[in-house]
Design a protein around this ligand. Structure first.
Ligand code: TXA
Ligand code: MG
Length: 383
């Protein structure tokens, strides 16, 4: 029921998976691990179950959901004429199971309108996470699953994040450890001409645009914050405020050099000169080869002058406490992707008034990272 206490269970345990299967079969919404971010899953073919997802997240009703399958056969079962559009054949071969979502024509007799929000298409993903796959296979029905965060908050990459946002609203969370990718799946619309990436994610633009059928693949880099695209009817989810921690986020672009970032956030802090700013988070990348990209919020420093003070933070001459958190190495965008949401969420637990974020180049996983950061930011400084 809606008010049941949430339980975090060890998913290696078959009994835990069975408990999740039972809850899902009974029409409940359950927190589940995937390789991208945690999902809030429910039976995609049951409108009442799907409604529980929207209620638990407080998600706007016009933001469509992704349907997750555990096999190509399961996908064919729910499609009109059991047919996957041929444009997707080489793409599926290369990237499924994995962090890629495709847009296909929906089947209005099987897929509830609440999933598609009345659109003629439905978004489908075949996740690679072993727990997600086992769960869907054992349910033997597809699972609708948005990211398992309270609507508007940063996505969740740990079971404890899901608990923080959704405790008391769902009966169960399966703990599958830290998500490997750290940002959501790439949403690819191959039905358009030319095909387009609607949301950059775990599968990179670079790896898609070389595939047959994806010549001329469109991707909206900076234009992701353009009004026109934000409100395009095919991507209704993108018009909402997203990924935002409690603290205001200031994104500093083109500041890969640590000294540039340091100079810029100090300038911005001086400019604000508000007595109310007592604690500041610094979400940065490390140029050091010693960082492993998983140390955000918890552990050891790096060679850099800022990150040496990672554990205890430091105080500026004006008396502002600064808490640096390393997302990953600058030249390893996959590490930054893995650490970005975790870093934003960690800083929220530190009660900072402001978060300065060091942008990274918009290549490979950096494209997804910058897309999320621009949406999280209330101010973007372009150098
Ligand atoms: O990695 C992921 O994709 C995660 C995990 C849990 O699988 N899920 C996820 O779901 O990110 P969500 O609901 O947070 O994001 C779904 C995105 C939204 O931007 C939504 O607008 C878009 O997919 N979407 C869903 N159905 C669509 C459709 N028919 N056409 C275009 N965009 C669609
Ligand atoms: Mg989401």
């Amino acid at each position: 029921s809606q008010n049941a206490a949430s339980v975090i269970t060890d998913p290696q345990d078959q009994a835990a998976i069975q408990e999740a299967v039972d809850q899902l079969t009974a029409g409940e919404a359950v927190g589940i691990p995937t390789e991208t971010v945690y999902g809030l899953a429910a039976n995609a073919l049951d409108p009442k179950a799907v409604a529980k997802i929207f209620a638990a997240k407080n998600r706007p009703q016009d933001n469509p959901l992704i349907v997750h399958v555990s096999s190509i056969t399961m996908l064919q079962r729910i499609l009109p004429n059991h047919t996957i559009p041929s444009i997707y054949t080489p793409i599926i071969q290369k990237h499924w199971p994995g962090p890629l979502t495709i847009i296909v024509p929906t089947n209005t007799t099987l897929i509830p309108t609440s999933i598609t929000c009345g659109q003629p298409t439905v978004a489908i993903r075949f996740p690679s996470h072993p727990v997600a796959r086992a769960l869907i296979a054992q349910c033997d029905f597809p699972l609708a699953a948005p990211s398992a965060n309270a609507s508007g908050k940063p996505s969740t990459t740990l079971a404890s994040h899901v608990y923080d946002d959704l405790k008391g609203r769902i009966p169960l969370i399966l703990d599958g450890g830290a998500c490997d990718v750290g940002v959501e799946s790439t949403v690819l619309d191959g039905l358009r001409q030319p095909p387009a990436i609607l949301r950059p994610g775990g599968v990179t633009y670079e790896s898609l645009q070389v595939l047959p059928g994806l010549e001329g693949l469109q991707v909206y880099r900076k234009h992701f914050v353009d009004q026109q695209l934000e409100q395009a009817p095919t991507t209704p989810g993108m018009k909402y405020r997203h990924y935002s921690p409690e603290a205001l986020v200031v994104l500093i672009e083109n500041a890969s050099k640590e000294s540039t970032f340091e100079h810029q956030w100090q300038l911005e802090l001086e400019k604000r000169n508000e007595k109310s700013i007592r604690r500041v988070g610094l979400l940065l990348t490390s140029s050091s080869s010693t960082s492993n990209g998983t140390n955000n919020g918890t552990s050891n420093g790096t060679n850099s002058s800022i990150s040496n003070k990672l554990e205890e933070g430091f105080t500026t001459p004006q008396g502002v406490t600064c808490i640096p958190v390393v997302m990953g190495r600058t030249d390893h965008p996959e590490e930054v992707a893995r650490g970005v949401f975790k870093g934003l969420r960690y800083l929220d637990t530190q009660n900072v008034d402001l978060i300065f974020v060091q942008g990274i180049p918009e290549t490979e996983e950096g494209m997804a990272v910058m897309n999320r950061l621009r949406k999280a930011a209330s101010k973007v400084i372009e150098l």
